[in-house]
Design a protein around this ligand. Structure first.
Ligand code: UDP
Length: 409
């Protein structure tokens, strides 16, 4: 594969360039766009395909050098819940193929990299039509979600398609060894197809700012600040955090970052819960915050808490660490390979409020401990540079396209 190899990236249900913190926009969007930006820098030609969710959106834009965002019509015009997209995937596949045919090169791309099962499904078909390798990434898995929080069920169709992708994709990239083991155990994915490559963090953007400066910039008063950042959905465990804080016997302010209009029903439950625990005046809901402003919030906070029931990676934890803020996180999924217990923060093995409350109190009471863990956190985060991810993906793409050139002979 040459330096100018052409990569088709599929992110059907959510645009990599969408603003973050809404119901469907989080770590995966960051991953797709930052990896594309890095690959563009390295000389790849990357086309990111997504479903057009705003009828007026232009068909093609170039957000970064060498990288295009291509919007494809798929199903009814306007926003569509991801649960409703599957039946329209054939239209998406045909739209991508039409766009590709207009480029006048055969095959139009050297490799397809897909994100989430909906894109994986479209990617299987395009890889077959073009006879090119397919690299899949799930980000979340239906089976794993079902097991992490029994109150919600992912559709059987999703799990069946995930199984098919696990069988047919040439490689599956996972963010942690934990996810690799789950794919082998729950989906029967063969070990030799699985590539473990952690996500990256923008280490220039996510840097420590002195706490007083960050708080001044954000208009935040003195006093202990606990930060939660994330999409507002049950899997993120915000209810668990509020319950834990109900037991904390020290003054604090909890800042909750994330959540658009569609998060309103869950947020009103959380507000009610805060009221029931007598901490409603200590909790501030800030809604979504622009990604570029987040380093100030992480720096202003004394602790960042990630109380998720599951995370395949958990970018928020690493972003907080990169800003020198200790993290208290659930001992689940990818968080077990990013947060080091007792070194960069604490990992809580049980999904119950007491141990969270205990660790939060320990940290709030001890400034020197926070400082030491925060400094170690920044050092630990430095191993998650996007350059490293770009280099690993380029090596993977090169080996796969070399294999597919050799195979017919
Ligand atoms: N994020 C943001 N603004 C918000 C809320 C979240 O920029 O208001 C970003 C956050 O910085 C992180 C991503 O959304 O990069 C969330 O990623 P994570 O892996 O923690 O969770 P996911 O969304 O993948 O479940």
């Amino acid at each position: 594969m040459t330096e100018t190899a052409r990569i088709a990236v599929l992110s059907v249900h959510t645009s990599p360039m969408a603003s973050l913190g809404q119901r469907e926009t989080g770590g995966m969007n960051v991953y797709v766009r930052e990896l594309a930006r890095e690959l563009g820098r390295m000389g790849f030609q990357v086309d990111m395909f997504t479903r057009r969710s705003e009828p007026q959106a232009p068909s093609v834009v170039e957000p970064f050098p060498g990288v295009r965002l291509v919007q494809i019509d798929c199903g009814p015009a306007g926003y569509l819940e991801k649960e409703d997209i599957f039946p329209y995937l054939p239209q998406f596949v045909d739209g991508v193929e039409r766009f590709a045919a207009e480029q006048g090169v055969q095959p139009p791309y050297d490799l397809i990299h897909t994100h989430y099962w909906l894109s994986g499904s479209a990617g299987m078909e395009l890889a077959r039509r073009w006879s090119v390798p397919h690299v899949a990434m799930f980000h979340t898995l239906g089976e794993v979600k079902n097991r992490a929080r029994g109150t919600e069920r992912e559709p059987d169709q999703r799990i069946a398609v995930e199984r098919l992708i696990a069988r047919t994709a040439d490689r599956i990239v996972v963010a942690s060894t934990h996810e690799r083991n789950l794919l082998m155990r729950l989906y029967g994915a063969p070990d030799e197809k699985l590539i473990v490559e952690p996500l990256g963090v923008d280490l220039d953007l996510f840097q420590p700012t002195p706490k007083a400066t960050a708080r001044r910039a954000l208009g935040l008063a003195e006093g202990p600040i606990i930060l939660f950042v994330g999409r507002i959905e049950p899997l993120k465990g915000l209810d668990l955090l509020v319950e834990a804080l109900g037991e904390v016997d020290m003054p604090f302010t909890l800042l909750v970052v994330g959540g658009d209009d569609r998060a309103a029903p869950l947020l009103s439950q959380i507000r009610q819960q805060a009221e029931d625990y007598g901490i409603s005046s200590d909790v501030r809901f800030l809604g979504t915050v622009q990604h570029e402003r987040l380093p100030l919030y992480y720096s202003a906070a004394d602790i960042c808490v990630v109380p998720s029931y599951y995370e395949s990676f958990g970018l928020v934890a690493v972003e907080a660490m990169a800003c020198g803020t200790p993290v208290v996180a659930s001992r689940v999924g990818g968080l077990t390979s990013t947060v080091r217990d007792g070194v960069t923060g604490y990992l809580i093995p049980w999904r119950c409020p007491e141990p969270f409350a205990e660790r939060i109190e320990t940290l709030l009471a001890n400034e020197e401990l926070r400082h030491n863990l925060g400094a170690a956190a920044r050092r630990a985060a430095e191993e998650f540079a996007w350059e490293k991810v770009g280099t690993a993906m380029a090596a993977l793409y090169n080996s796969l396209t070399a294999e597919s050139v050799v195979a017919p002979a």
